[in-house]
Design a binder for this molecule. Sequence first.
Ligand SMILES: [Zn+2]
Length: 288
Amino acid sequence: MNYFRTIFLICGLALGLHAQAEDTHETKGAADQNTVIINFLNELKADNSVYMVQHKIEFFAGLSKGQTPKATVVTCADSRVQANMFDRAPEGDLFTIRNIGNQLVTAEGSVEYGVHHLHTPILLFIGHSRCGAIAAVGGNYSKESAAIKKELDTIDIPADIGNMEGVKANVNNQVTGAMEKFSEEIESGHLVVIGAVMDFADDLHQGAGKLHVININGKTDSNLLENARALLTPKKAKVSSEPRPEKHAETTAVTHEQAEAPVAKPKVKAPKKVVTEHTDSQEPAEHH
Ligand SMILES: [Zn+2]
């Protein structure tokens, strides 16, 4: 109960400024927001209870043993994009990193962890239709906070590009950047970098909710999925006489605890400054 009381207290403090104004509309708004919060907490509890019942103890025992995810996934943080759109059981499958604009450079340490320590054979970048980060970069985001500007500055797309074209260009940029960073893993066949777009708005006219694979190891031809095998590099045995420190973890099982251990400080590329002019954006910037 103390937990919930603390939550309520924090919410009350957050709403304190509004409470000072004796505007009945604001008071009503605060009450409505509290209702939303309480409903959310109740749904959280109810949904989690259902989840616990639906999964057997063996399932959780398996998760407890450690993780060997198939893919490191970098998606936009947008709430409309969720793993269950393309993976019915993502637990243990996806080492997922989320940020605005599904970027490598703003989450470089996490991506390195997935590739170097968890050895996922796939690094998947997922953009999406109606992306607010892409819309913001296509417009004027100079009034955003320094922290937000910093994460938008690293999205390198033309200022006058349409939203979906910008989303695709950004995904392709992420794949290109990752191919440079992980060139050794790709050349030895230990990693494939894939770019995709979750088109929930059907902007590509192939069905709402379709996940489009648009890039495999830098190839952006059509029918990528049909030709995927030809785009993969045969896996080579590691013959290096001087194995890199990151690969040492391969000889030991990665436990759940290890997976949550802090990683070495990554090298972070200097953000590219995108010079933008104000243009009409397709979507409001709130949809990050
Ligand atoms: Zn987005």
